[in-house]
Design a protein around this ligand. Sequence first.
Ligand SMILES: *Cc1c(COP(=O)(O)O)cnc(C)c1O
Length: 378
Amino acid sequence: MPRPIHATVHTAALRHNLARLSQAAPDARVWAVVKANAYGHGIERVFEGFRAADGFGLLDLDEAQRVRDLGWRGPILLLEGVFELRDLELCSRLGLWHTVHCDEQIDMLATHKTNVPHRVFLKMNSGMNRLGFPPQQYRAAWTRLNALPQVDEISLMTHFSDADGPVGVAVQMAVFDTTTRDLPGERTLSNSAAMLRHTTPFHSASGHRETHVASDWVRAGIALYGSAPDFPQHSAQQWNLEPGMTLTAKIIATQDLATGATVGYGSVFIAKKPMRIGVVSCGYADGYPRACGTGTPVLVQGIRTCLVGRVSMDMMTVDLTPLIDAGVGAGFGSEVTLWGRAANGVVLGIDEVARCAGTVGYELMCALSGRVPVLEAD
Ligand SMILES: *Cc1c(COP(=O)(O)O)cnc(C)c1O
């Protein structure tokens, strides 16, 4: 028998989340962002769930090829554009739209031989200071691009640094709007956080009404996979998002501890009273964060309990007291849900687990290890 651990990608949940996000930006077309192998879910596995998207956004050219291989004829946007001249040949061949964020990319376009002009998304650095032309150089870049025979339509793009927090998007919006006011072309600004918090009227906890972002295209990532971009201000459930992935393992042994007994490496957990623990077939080599300590939530037979002691490479240990108290037998072979939805329907949000490791849902999804088999389900 294979080691009892697997992940499940929930096609119906992905479909639901896409519909939910489309609803949040009813006037915009939606890129389903599938970079990093669809945030760890696998491009081929999410494709069916995201088929209703208007386009796919990603970074790697081989991922673009995979989306085309799946039969997708619609738009694909390279979110970081090309990295070297010959990437442009693939853009021409596969009909990829690409971001242009620096002069070097314009130089490459100028030397690229093609008879199919490209659609490009000219990126502005409106304050994030990662990719893009600063506002004072943006119009010159636009003019340069516009003069190239290799360029067809120019769309306008920026990215928010604080759409998920108290700073919000107002300052970057103002910079972008001022600079692009009389430029033609479609606009794309929002990621998941901006879509949920700033596209439809949103009132922050202080009652302050947030800036309203309107654009032609939105770039939905994390929320499509069922994680809240602004956790813990909102949970995925509060945003009406469903987990796109469940990570499931089993109890492969139990131990009865006497008062004072310790568990695992470093003996960091000490039993304060007699208790039973379960040993789970999941560890950090499966992508579960080692930084999660005692108290991190976990579901056994769909009942919430917690980790005790350190996560090791292939195993972790959980407290079975809540199951015993509830009169639920939890022994060898019991189902353990590390995140996602248990067989009884109870959900443990990936964001909650991520927070216990001092990180975000994004990182956990992307870190799912290659040794974990992934199934698809509805
Ligand atoms: C990853 C990415 C997104 C999606 O962001 P989420 O926070 O996952 O919604 C949007 N735009 C760009 C440019 C990105 O790189």
